[in-house]
Design a protein around this ligand. Structure first.
Ligand code: NDP
Length: 293
């Protein structure tokens, strides 16, 4: 434990906020808490944190205020009635939402004399406080630099994306679109395996190997996509569609839900209709960029 000169307020004690407050306590920070359901603070108070009786008092306690709420609607629900206490606060808003909402909240905070530093944490609660974990930040550079030592308690690494309050939220959402759809592809694989008498554990090594092959594809296609090249020298969309249809039929034959493979097949068919049959399946990205074209 070491003492620090910068006390911190944490508002929002879901699994993430609790882990963050715990990480500050571990490092000897003086921590003030507030949560709608006060009992979630019990363990942290037992470890030395102070529970503020109101949001106003939690805001008034410290310049640095970490917000870890479900979304920005929850942020407004809490801060609007307490807005008189916002002036001079630095709101490190680690609640996830859209880039537009992050920008609007930064303006809203500025109108009340506060500064928002938007954050997007890339790890679950178990990764909070760890040196290898990382968070995206955006907002005023000077504020980020000044509070960097305290932010390091949340995740050891961070990636500052720029002054625009929306950028950290954007990077977070880019990660999440990949996370949710990738995990859904895994659930699909598990369901297909189950329909054929295989347990999740039976396919785990194959699933891991398949997932581990993806970064090589990302790197290969990133360069070509940025160069606007979709040459069908390595793969062709027509082959991709035939393969996806095999996937679709394998799932249908097993009596498994086909919504996910059907959606992939539909996108590939649209690419074919747009004349990309002999291009790489990376050409689908052009459809995604301009769905109405
Ligand atoms: P939860 O949704 O479990 O909890 C967030 C907090 O928001 C709770 O303290 C809850 O209060 C509060 N809250 C929600 N709605 C309101 C409201 N209307 N008024 C007052 N308080 C409200 O979220 P997590 O702790 O899991 O995550 C926090 C944020 O971090 C989210 O935006 C999430 O997307 C993001 N995130 C989460 C990760 C994870 O693995 N969990 C990973 C990376 C980011 P109460 O306790 O009273 O219900």
């Amino acid at each position: 434990m070491h003492s620090t000169t910068q006390p911190v307020t944490v508002i929002g004690l879901g699994p993430m906020g609790q882990a963050m407050a715990g990480a500050f306590l571990d490092r000897g920070y003086e921590v003030t808490l507030w949560n709608r359901t006060a009992s979630r603070a019990d363990d942290l108070v037992a470890r030395g944190a102070m529970l503020a009786p109101t949001v106003e008092k939690a805001l008034a306690a410290n310049e640095l205020v970490v917000l870890s709420l479900t979304d920005y609607d929850a942020v407004y629900a809490l801060l609007e009635p307490a807005e008189a206490a916002l002036a001079g606060r630095v709101l490190v808003n680690l609640s996830s939402d859209t880039p537009e909402k992050a920008r609007a909240a930064a303006r809203w905070a500025a109108e009340r004399g506060a500064v928002q530093l938007t954050g997007g944490v890339t790890v679950p609660p178990s990764g909070i406080g760890r040196p290898e974990s990382s968070t995206f930040y955006s907002g005023p550079r000077e504020v980020y630099d000044r509070h960097r030592p305290a932010l390091r308690a949340i995740t050891g690494r961070s990636d500052y994306r720029g002054e625009d309050a929306g950028l950290a939220a954007l990077m977070y959402q880019i990660g999440m679109v990949m996370f949710w759809t990738s995990m859904l592809s895994y659930w699909q694989a598990v369901a297909l395996a189950d329909a054929n008498g295989l347990k999740a554990a039976d396919i785990l090594p194959h699933a891991v190997e398949t997932a581990n092959s993806l970064p090589g594809f990302f790197a290969f296609y990133a360069e070509r996509i940025d160069a606007g090249v979709h040459t069908g020298d390595v793969d062709r969309l027509a082959m991709g569609l035939a393969s996806v249809e095999h996937v679709l039929h394998t799932n249908a034959d097993a009596g498994v839900d086909t919504a996910l493979p059907a959606a992939v097949a539909e996108l590939f068919r649209r690419g074919m209709d747009a004349g990309h049959a002999t291009d790489s399946f990376s050409s689908v990205v052009e459809l995604l960029k301009k769905p109405d074209a």
